[in-house]
Design a protein around this ligand. Structure first.
Ligand SMILES: Nc1ncnc2c1ncn2[C@@H]1O[C@H](COP(=O)(O)OP(=O)(O)O)[C@@H](O)[C@H]1O
Ligand SMILES: [Mg+2]
Length: 235
């Protein structure tokens, strides 16, 4: 009984996930039968040395990359048979991705950048603007709303990129070293505000990080080494 309740709550599930790049003697195995299960609303960090396969795992969960073996279920859907278009449709609907580089569009203002995902989804301009402004307020950058990225600091740009990732209220937020380019102070502000928003919204979050302090703020820490799970512990 308890097991069936738990499995209903599972939002990300990989079983014996296997991934290699290249073919034959030139191939490199990056993920070696990874089995993880993450529940709705869980806030998880993934740590491990460079080259361990952290980004690859996040990209597969985020429907940005494919795999050769095992299975991946996101929101109870087996994504392995999905075509490229189906993967990108599923990703746009359910997943918000935050990268180390903010990738804001330089010709648009902070507000326009944050609004963009809703405009792409053909939501009304007024509603998109209101929602984007609210998020910029949450992230303490509302006073920068009408500035372009070149006029903003790295910390401000990253907070706007996070607002952009959250604006569609995705079920799952995936962040790949989101504070990798930030100093301690900006890193702490970003993570605090990101986690506050995700807890309020009940979103599921997976953050890849090298930062022990960030990991300590999450509920669960998975450590990957050489394509295998070394440890998986609750904080
Ligand atoms: N597109 C690719 N082609 C070939 N090898 C790759 C590719 N992407 C990543 N790799 C290799 O896969 C391994 C894991 O990479 P990655 O997932 O980026 O690790 P991490 O994020 O933990 O640093 C590394 O050895 C890397 O060189
Ligand atoms: Mg990486």
């Amino acid at each position: 009984m308890i097991q069936s309740i738990n499995s209903d709550n599972t939002i990300i599930k990989t079983e014996n996930l296997f991934k290699q790049y290249g073919y034959g003697t030139n191939s490199i195995t990056v993920l070696k039968n990874i089995s993880i299960s993450i529940n709705k609303g869980e806030i998880v960090s993934v740590m491990g040395p460079s080259g361990a396969g952290k980004s690859t795992l996040l990209h597969i969960i985020g429907c940005l990359d494919t795999f050769q073996g095992g299975s991946v279920q996101i929101l109870h859907q087996d994504i392995s048979p999905f075509s490229y278009d189906e993967l990108s449709g599923f990703r746009n609907k359910h997943i918000g991705f935050i990268f180390q580089m903010h990738n804001l569009m330089p010709e648009f203002t902070a507000l326009e950048n944050a609004m963009m995902p809703l405009l792409i989804k053909r939501q009304s301009y007024t509603k998109a603007k209101q929602k984007a402004f609210k998020l910029l307020e949450h992230f303490g950058v509302a006073d920068r709303a009408n500035h372009r990225p070149s006029e903003l600091s790295g910390g401000e740009c990253q907070r706007i990129a996070v607002a952009r990732a959250l604006i569609t209220e995705p079920d799952i937020i995936l962040a790949d070293e989101p504070t990798g380019n930030l100093d301690r102070k900006n890193s702490d502000i970003l993570i605090e505000l990101l986690l506050k928003n995700c807890v309020e919204e009940g979103s599921t979050v997976v953050i890849v990080t090298h930062d022990q302090y960030i990991a300590s703020k999450t509920q669960r820490v998975i450590t990957l080494i050489d394509g295998t799970i070394q440890t998986d512990v609750n904080n």
